[in-house]
Design a protein around this ligand. Structure first.
Ligand SMILES: Cc1ncc(COP(=O)(O)O)c(C=O)c1O
Length: 475
């Protein structure tokens, strides 16, 4: 069989979309195979000009098949039959390793850190390990850039209180009407500190466009605050371009990575952002949050701390005690993702922890696009009005989070009927009231959201489709 050559950026999904469902890469381009950053092996930046990557429709290598059954078997909560969880945007389930890490912490070292005795030292070392793991997850330059805390909202407020004290000539903050309110109201609270605001508006296609950001920027812009991905629509923002533009004007970029977290590789260096916040509980850990910031910027920020706390990150942004057992769980969540890369999705030669994470997250991205494709088909077939990205050619610009309504039916009716059938979806404003208004939907009624992650299956979508179809036919 003749190999098929793909000469643009490597993206298996685009083959699937063109109906070449079983095409798989059999050999990576030799330039990138030797290249030190695994990300570039997957998305060969040089392919267009210099390389041809042969692909074939021979049976795919087992390492490239997305092992959803094996993955599901690692999640105890998914073993309970009769429940389909499509509300992952509100928090994901945890794998066994995370559960074990939390238990282990509570059983063996449920004490305060900073003591001279063994158990306390164990807590110190568990926090240090978690910081290092999350730094690898984010591609941070230094683990001290990572702070742990309760959740994303409290971190954004902590940062807004700090940045609010630095507004002098640069007092303008750019916000979006697509974001979760946590990344809006926390900044609007700085009006009393003299902040002025402008709005980076979502376009009709359900995404933010960087061309619309440019006219809002000036020498007075202090900060642009935006999401990496909308928690309501699933659209992925081109944050690397936003960072480039913001920096041209001397402004900083604050990213809300909460919704994107479980769906793809995070790379604070490639994105060149200045601050980023995420909730661990969306990324397969228990309830906790973390913040990343450039070390030199965190050092300069005035934050609340008692006098005996050194004015150094991460301690200066971690007021008081946080939930150590959940931080241990976050460490295990990163290890879980790495294990996917190592065991199933990576190259046999893939060595580094970051390399395994990238393999896992790119594998997840590809698989989730298959889920998105099927969800779009089902929603369309049932006559649903879908908000946001819905073009099959643009699947790489979204994650499998779908906001929709059925004609002449309230969102509550849909979610209640789904609940009766054992399917967890959510209705309402998704904590994004400005987005709901922008879409012309009633508040707080809003719409229905079905949000999937990599442990969801096509079979689950089929069951969802059966209920939705019945609702659309018989009400
Ligand atoms: C995009 C986004 N930002 C912020 C938040 C708030 O996160 P947290 O509950 O960790 O404060 C959420 C929660 O759903 C979210 O989806």
């Amino acid at each position: 069989m003749q190999p098929v050559y793909k000469t643009d950026v490597f993206d298996i999904q685009s083959f699937r979309l063109r109906g070449l469902a079983r095409l798989e890469l059999v050999d990576l381009c030799s330039f990138c195979r030797g290249y030190s950053r695994p990300l570039d092996r997957w998305r060969c930046q040089f392919a267009q000009k210099r390389h041809r990557m042969p692909v074939t429709n021979q049976t795919a290598s087992p390492r490239r098949q997305f092992p959803v059954d094996q993955i599901r078997s690692r999640f105890p909560a998914l073993q309970q039959s009769g429940f389909i969880y499509f509300d992952n945007a509100a928090g994901a389930q945890i794998p066994r390793g995370v559960f074990d890490a939390v238990n282990h912490h509570l059983l063996n070292c449920n004490v305060q850190r900073g003591g001279r005795y063994e158990k306390s030292k164990q807590v110190d070392s568990s926090i240090a390990k978690a910081r290092e793991s999350v730094a690898i997850l984010l591609n941070a330059r230094d683990p001290s850039e990572v702070a742990f805390g309760m959740n994303a909202t409290s971190f954004i407020r902590l940062m807004s209180l700090a940045i609010g004290q630095t507004l002098v000539r640069r007092n303008e903050i750019i916000l979006t009407d697509m974001d979760h309110e946590a990344n809006i109201a926390t900044w609007l609270a700085l009006a009393a500190a003299g902040a002025r605001f402008s709005w980076w508006r979502m376009r009709d296609d359900g995404n933010l466009h960087v061309e619309d950001l440019k006219p809002l920027l000036s020498g007075r812009t202090r900060l642009v605050a935006c999401s990496v991905t909308s928690n309501a629509l699933g659209s992925i923002v081109d944050v690397a371009s936003a960072a480039r533009l913001a920096h041209e004007f001397g402004a900083e970029l604050f990213l809300d990575c909460v919704h994107y977290g479980p769906h793809g590789p995070i790379d604070v260096r490639a994105w060149d952002c200045d601050y980023l916040v995420c909730s661990g509980y969306k990324v397969f850990s228990p309830h906790m949050g973390f913040l990343w910031g450039r070390l030199e910027l965190l050092r300069k920020l005035p934050t609340f701390r008692e006098d005996f706390i050194p004015d150094e990150p991460p301690g200066k942004i971690e007021a008081g005690t946080f939930v150590y057992e959940n931080v241990a769980g976050m460490e295990a969540a990163v290890r879980y993702l790495e294990s996917l890369g190592e065991e199933f999705l990576g190259e046999p030669r893939s060595a580094s922890r970051r390399g395994n994470l990238l393999a896992a997250m790119h594998g997840i991205r590809d698989y989730e696009q298959t889920l998105s494709l099927e969800m779009l088909r089902v929603l369309r077939e049932c006559g649903a009005e879908i908000y946001g990205h819905q073009q099959e050619q643009l699947l790489q610009q979204r994650v499998p989070t779908f906001l929709f309504n059925l004609k002449s039916m309230s969102p509550e009716r849909v979610t209640e009927r789904m609940a009766d059938a054992g399917i967890g979806v959510r209705d309402g404003h998704m904590y994004a009231p400005r987005l709901i208004a922008r879409l012309g939907l009633p508040f707080p009624g809003g719409a229905v959201r079905a949000s999937l992650v990599h442990y969801n299956t096509l079979e689950e979508i089929r069951q969802f489709a059966t209920v939705l179809h019945d609702l659309s036919q018989h009400g």
